[in-house]
Design a protein around this ligand. Structure first.
Ligand code: KIV
Length: 286
């Protein structure tokens, strides 16, 4: 059983993230579970409980499978597993788009039930009212512009943004709207490199790139993609730093062989007669 993390007052806050604009790049990853949060916490500035959890852990086809309850449960696990990183929880599709009042109520539930530092939502000019209302309610917001996974059905696929003058102008307007609404940072996803770099130069809040530009103020990847655990589609912009698919398949293959030929469990994995040492039943721990 893992020991509990000590409570700490050194968690990175959203104001510290905001002040990192133009400085050492912000290191961000998604996390959805307690053990992974514990492993990542010492190495990152920010952990995002992304609605990608619906695809990555729950096997849904798109992020539209995420619910408020799902995000809160994973947010609680990541908060339990981290002590240092700024934790941001995604607002799932359907929890904020209808009105500013709906957005504030959902954001309050997420922060109230998880204790996370901020929420993230997708959209620019069209969601500025929701961002401003959540910020006015005292909850920091991270924006998300460019390729918006929650709009993938409407867009007809995962389409890179910023290829035409019209979409470049729309992206710049989105970035400015998110900044003006009071967001402390903004994710730029699936956007032409030069456009993401230009947005980064023109706005005063940190930009966090994913499939965007090395000039962004920080980078984020989905943890399962980054460690080579994704079994379906791995986007082109991902760099796999490990091959956990192979590690897990290899371990499962060896385990199966050893169970079948009875070499597992061996003497080290069973409990021998303990009368001589403790004299009682139920006293030993596993
Ligand atoms: O849900 C998610 O994982 C995200 C990242 C791709 C930024 O929003």
């Amino acid at each position: 059983m893992a020991t509990k993390l000590p409570t700490t007052d050194i968690r990175i806050g959203t104001e510290l993230i905001r002040r990192r604009k133009g400085g050492i790049p912000l290191v961000c990853l998604t996390a959805y579970t307690y053990p992974v949060a514990r492993l990542l916490d010492p190495h990152v500035d920010l952990l995002l409980v992304g609605d990608s959890v619906a695809m990555v852990l729950h096997g849904h086809e798109t992020t539209l499978g995420a619910s408020l309850e799902m995000m809160i449960a994973h947010g609680q696990a990541v908060m339990r597993g981290s002590a240092r990183a700024c934790v941001v929880v995604d607002m799932p599709a359907g929890s904020y788009e209808d009105s500013a009042a709906q957005a504030v109520a959902s954001a309050r539930r997420i922060v109230g039930e998880t204790g996370c530092q901020a929420v993230k939502l997708e959209g620019g000019v069209d969601m500025a009212g929701q961002i401003a209302a959540i910020v006015a309610a005292g909850i920091p917001v991270m924006g998300h512009i460019g390729l918006l996974p929650q709009s993938v059905e409407k867009d007809g696929g995962y389409k890179i943004k910023g290829r035409t003058d019209e979409t470049v102008a729309a992206l710049m307007a989105d970035a400015r709207a998110v900044e003006k609404a009071g967001a402390f940072s903004v994710v730029i996803e699936g956007t032409i490199e030069a456009v993401a770099a230009d947005i980064t130069r023109r706005i005063a809040i940190p930009t966090i790139g994913i499939g965007a530009s090395g000039d962004c103020d920080g980078q984020i990847l989905v943890i399962d993609d980054m460690v080579g655990l994704t079994v379906d589609r791995v986007p082109k912009f991902v760099k796999e730093y490990a091959d956990l698919r192979r590690v897990i398949a290899n371990a499962a293959e060896r385990y199966a062989a050893e169970v079948r030929d009875r070499t597992f469990p061996g003497p080290a994995h069973v409990f021998s007669d303990s009368k001589a040492s403790s004299g009682t039943d139920g006293g030993d721990e596993t």
